[in-house]
Design a binder for this molecule. Sequence first.
Ligand code: ADP
Length: 925
Amino acid sequence: MSTNDLLLSPFTLPNGTELKNRILMAPMTTCTGFYDGTVTRELVEYYRARAGSIGTVIVECCFVDDRGLAFPGAIGIDNDAKIDGLAKIAAAVKSQGSKAVLQIYHGGRMSEPKLIGGQQPVAPSALAAPRDGAATPVALTAGEVEDMITKFGEGVRRAIEAGFDGVEIHGANTYLIQQFFSPNSNQRDDKWGGSRENRARFPLAVLDITHEMAKKYADSSFIIGYRFSPEELEEPGIRFADTLYLLEQLAARGLDYLHFSLGYSLRPSIVDTTDPTPLIDKYVAMRSDTLAKIPVMGVGGIVNKSDAELALEHGYDMVAIGKACIAYPDWTDRIAADHKLELFIDSTQREALTIPEPLWRFSLVDAMIRDMSMSSKKFKAGVFREKVQDPAHELAVNVSLDTDRIADIALDAGADLDVEFTTSFDIIRSRILDANSPHFDAVTGATEQSEAVKKAVSKAIAKSCKAQLLEEGGSLNAPQSYDVVVVGSGGAGLAAAIQACDEGAKVLIVEKMSTIGGNTIKASVGMNAAETRYQRLKGIEDSKDLFYQETLKGGQFKNNTVLLKEFIEHAPRAVEWLADHHIELSDITITGGMSVDRTHRPADRSAVGGFLISGLVKNLNKRNIDVMLDTSVTEIRYSNGAVQGVQLLNDDNDVLTINAKSVIVATGGFSANREMVVKYRPELDGFVTTNHKGATGSGIAILQNIGAGTVDMGEIQIHPTVEQTTSYLISEAIRGGGAILVSQAGKRFFNEMETRDKVSANIIALPEKFAYVVFDEQVRLNNKAADEYIAKGFVISGSSPRDLAAKLEMNSDTFLATLESYNVAVDKQDDAEFGRKTALRHPINQGPFYAIRIAPGVHHTMGGVTINTDTCVLDAQQQVLGGAFAAGEVVGGIHGGNRIGGNAVADIIIFGILAGQNAAKFAMR
Ligand code: ADP
């Protein structure tokens, strides 16, 4: 049989189960589970789309214990409640005719505290993983090791109940099972550690219990696989001979396959780098007859049929396909038809390929995405040298451009580089090249460097476009013309630009900062709307009228009621507009001043701002909308009662003129302009602000220059819960999730769910002028933001209330009494003492207990320019300024004397869409 026939013809495993071919989908992290590790609908569809012609789908690893998550969005099999969701995946895969195998694991010391509620990870020994910032784990006691084996067994039982055809024990990638076998991570002196024989005990025990469970609950067709990493680099560490020893032991107990975990299936040793022999060749030569009976599967770098055939020629019996299965859900059909495949994904194809949003943003996939949006841009080919400046470095980067794409970027060889920068530069470089755009999601942990490189690449592109224009006989001084200019790239500006473009207008966005996103990117809690589809799905009863009344009350009845009615009316449509643009806010929570859950947020309960901006930018890129960064609008050109265009100033101090019939000002508020804040509210001198540096109110001044009226300028909101050393906002979602506020005296002092103005005033009235947001494990589990605060080091935690009180230097008896009386109020759903009516979610009684020290900070400026319901800017006499539109925080009146949490995001999207619609119509009438 040729290897081609071999690959596609049936293959029988040692237990007699027949696979229809030798191709398996490799288990790959998708980060698409719910916050609690249950299965999402997207995940089911992702696997369904990839099943069919492929023989077997190995579903991504499931943690067997809730301390075992090794990455965000991981799915779990740690309790029976998870079975239903997993059963949906198994059924989806099997319905297409493929076998469904589930991988099970525990991250051990590779779990980060922020993923497991700030707890310390567990491991064979209390030794941190050899990587920066790794937490030191707690060593499992002998009893806990036995419990862990039981947990693996329970995982197997659940996999069987969920209908899987088999399990793959994840003994690789330095997770817990490998940690037991490794002399590096296992330095125990009981029967689980020490000699190689002892270290092999745990992996063998996991296999034993897997067999036991399979015997008890499944039939003999149940597949049992084992994945292993053949070597470790560390000294001491697992060597290939050790691996062979372990595999022989596993094989003797019976296995249906072994899965060689390598980045590249034909990789040689990483320890002995002088030996180029692929490890699979050595394995085939060295294995015993018993081991030779166990089929072995290769993975890594298999994209085309020839790669798979080569792997089989080297001795693999089966191949697992990773990234190629993400890019080509029908990979097996394609290679059967002899297609030649390239490993990239067209940026417009996410839905068509059924790739869940979190996976789309995962670096593995991100690196395969090619942005198709820049293909119409024309560059002058050449190398453009630009300065890259982050707080720690000043370097040069050479940006090579082809006529239609970014060909390469390289740091200047002579520059003063440090290792940290070069490492993140490599990731940044590949993201920019794959996206073919400087607008990519920043690299985690290297945000400032990402922004600096983005800026340099944007500048190089601008220079090259200029050069191309000149070459084509154009003139730089000749003003460019657009239908609509949008000033500001926060949520309001982006929504407006997208809508205007969809109405057929030619749109330009001008942003004075180096990055897109404005203050919106910092938004945490969500978007309010009443009578939405998502509320209906969750059975939440709400009405637009109630939303209106509560917003009006929260705004101290100072709101512009005409605008407010427009806001309330359009809110559910705006939620749908976002969903239509693949920005789904399907989870719902509550904020202060509201009586109903109506704050819409991402399904994984993460902060809304980053999610929103990332989604809007993808829409922007798809539409090819021009963006000028580092460029301020200094003036709106206005004459004869109509907008003529804008004047710009870029950071090379060039003054540029743009012609346009409509201008949408979406420049945000002025919380970061201390002079302006103090001018209107002297008592706020010295307050920190939660806002980004660009929130200076320049749009108000620009519009005032052409005669715009303003309203409510003195209405400035201070947010009650701001971490003062970093000015970081502690989201209202934490209180909405069940947290309370406690003073240094250990007492609650006010209804935490009151509006922001009142809560702030009561904190300032405390003698110490600060307070603590206090919550427990239950609140943390339901709010992703809490883990972020833990990771940022804001959170003080204690195993018991007394322990926490001691750490806060608080009278512990008073604190205990406070918790006790709050818990009684929760039980009764009646907070007689402070009148809290909402978010009495659960008693605060499950350790660990947490506290964050906070005080108020300047957060939102409710005042701004006057507009009508068509978002037209009005002058002091309420007359329309022709062609001038405004949306978002730059506008005054909607929120009255106090903005409700969740209403800013609603405001920017609702009025952003309206402004886009109206400005486009006006320009093209
Ligand atoms: P909103 O929430 O109303 O959308 P944001 O604060 O999120 O407002 O965004 C406003 C954006 O406008 C910010 O990115 C800010 O840097 C930008 N901006 C402010 N003034 C100007 C200006 N004069 N020219 C260009 N951009 C501006």
